[in-house]
Design a protein around this ligand. Sequence first.
Ligand code: TRP
Length: 327
Amino acid sequence: MSKPVVFSGIQPSGNLHVGNYLGAVKHWIELQDSDKYDCYFCIVDYHSLTGNRGADERREQTLTTAAELLALGIDPNKSTLFIQSHVPECTELAWIFNTVTPVVELERMTQFKDKSKQQTKNINAGLFTYPVLQAADILLYHGELVPVGADQVQHIELTRNITRWFNKRYTEYFLEPKPLLTEAPKVMSLLEPDKKMSKSLGEGHVIELADEPKVIENKLKKAVTATTGGGKAPGVDNLLLLLEHFADGDVCQQFVKAEKAGKISYSELKGVVAEAVASSFADFRERRAHLLSDPAVLKAQLSDGAKKARVVAEKTMKEARELAGIK
Ligand code: TRP
């Protein structure tokens, strides 16, 4: 019996932060370790071409992201971990999908609208067809379940539509994938806790998994806890959320109680959060350093992943070409 195919992708943005971990990678590892799925995890470097980064930075960040996923527990013996561009069939399938996708449907995509506002000087066509490439990623491997955050659900809906448009125009071939929405805790920025934690806000806003304990401690010292105008402080909630996920047992509860009683010490809370996060990723930091110390071994692992992926991708592409009347 073959297992349902899980597919997900992540942009190579360099060091992952705690929001990426709790929101995505932690769940990927659970899916992998459940043994119930055939998992594909892809580092989407073609997608990253739609942003502003330079070539050297992209190359380095792609490798770092791969090392971090492995160091966190993505196991190449259980999952297929690979770099998107190592399986160039996805761009070919994306082209075919471009020709069944109405422009008006892409114009509705909120991520496109957001990114167009963020990079006003670089609204390239790739940004516009980004979700079509995403559909190709998923369907190349006949992905059935796609673990994503809420912000990607619209893209998965589009993937479902692309499946229908292709099948209607040619032959019933692709299956409609489903988003697997995880109950992901929303980790907020340390400095602007009304915004989602994101590297684009700047260094001090995020805790990177690779941060040394001292760095984490310093970032937390500057974390915002006060509110203006009373009421609940989102910065405090955010720190409690981190405790809930990274500290043992009832540590979080103790602080919640102290807060309710009005007896909480924010500096103590920050120290405990720093310690909990830093120690949760101590083994990770070691494994990461080890993997990055020998890029040849890391690259060999990724090339094995691509080989596995490519067997499936080539078959799908061959069938899709034939259905579309090419070759
Ligand atoms: N667009 C996704 C993001 O920004 C990344 C991605 C690319 C992806 N291809 C995918 C996610 C396929 C799931 C499935 O997070």
